[in-house]
Design a protein around this ligand. Structure first.
Ligand code: ADP
Ligand code: MG
Length: 281
């Protein structure tokens, strides 16, 4: 159950992050180094969570992996290719469920297809399948205001998955939800991750999606992940990583296990010891 100090290089790495650094420079302002030197990899089908203190650079890291930002040092490779910009191979879910209010849920989910000027009809079935998998069957024609916060976030997950990306990046996706809905969403996400992969495995070489998930809830990180990465305060580095041993599929029974509580306690303790503060973003 002990953590290791150095990120191991995984076999079959889908995402490889090497010597990654990001310093923001703006006219007349002191440069801010958000990320100093991050090494990290994630293998196919792996669920990796990242925790760390507020402002340490978690969102920056995710934006670098997604190609929305260009690093000032080092590189991110996905499937061995350097990331140079946003790609259909990478889906992203943000903290707030951003949906266009004047569009139906289905048309929101199909938005990336429209942006790429592809034929929406080709993705209609995929969208319906995703709606079903995420418990939104029958909500495709509704407007966003007719959905609860949890349902909206599920719609955003569908949108991120519409192009069947190999990688899904999630930046505190359930941070704005109440505790009960959040617990439900955790189970839902694991189900979508499993089910979605099964549904698509015949038509794609991506057997299972690789997920990088940012959260300030250590309990959520331990419950969902294969590995939990702990970042230091800014400029951030990887200070520890934990392999999470619980079998899948996971149910809420895991929460009752003594080892679950011990892991949550140990990771919390590490963060307090290394960062000198608790981690609310
Ligand atoms: P986290 O997601 O861990 O809370 P962020 O990645 O959002 O952290 O931010 C890390 C640091 O980088 C913070 O000090 C923040 O103020 C700074 N930062 C983030 N985005 C920018 C930007 N566009 N320009 C300048 N500084 C930024
Ligand atoms: Mg953030």
């Amino acid at each position: 159950m002990s953590g290791t100090n150095v990120a191991e290089k995984e076999h079959n790495a889908v995402i490889e992050i090497q010597n990654l650094g990001m310093t923001y420079t703006r006219n007349n302002l002191e440069p801010v180094t958000a990320i100093e030197d991050i090494h990290l990899s994630a293998s196919e089908g792996e669920f990796v969570s990242i925790v760390g203190p507020s402002g340490c650079g978690k969102t920056t890291l995710l934006r670098l992996v997604s190609g929305l930002l260009t690093p000032t040092k080092g590189a991110v490779n996905i499937h061995g290719q350097p990331v140079t910009g946003p790609s259909r191979n990478v889906g992203m879910v943000f903290q707030q469920p951003i949906l266009l209010e004047w569009r139906s849920i289905l048309d929101n989910i199909l938005l990336p297809i429209e942006v790429r000027k592809e034929n929406k009809k080709d993705y209609q079935e995929q969208a319906m399948q995703l709606l079903k998998l995420s418990g939104l069957d029958g909500f495709g024609n509704k407007s966003p205001f007719e959905l609860s916060g949890g349902m909206k976030q599920r719609a955003c997950i569908c949108r991120a998955l519409i192009e069947n990306p190999a990688v899904l990046l999630m930046d505190e996706p359930f941070g704005a939800l109440d505790a009960f809905t959040r617990d439900q969403m955790n189970l839902e996400l694991l189900r979508i991750w499993r089910g979605e992969s099964d549904a698509f495995k015949d038509v794609t070489h991506h057997a299972k999606k690789t997920i990088i998930f940012i959260t300030h809830s250590i309990q959520e990180a331990v419950f969902l992940s294969d590995r939990v990465i702990v970042l230091s305060a800014r400029p951030s580095k990887v200070i520890k990583e934990y392999k999470i041993p619980f079998a899948r599929p996971r149910t809420e029974e895991v929460l009752k296990e003594q080892e679950f509580g011990e892991l949550v306690f140990q990771i919390t303790d590490d963060i307090k010891a290394n960062c000198g503060q608790l981690l609310y973003s």
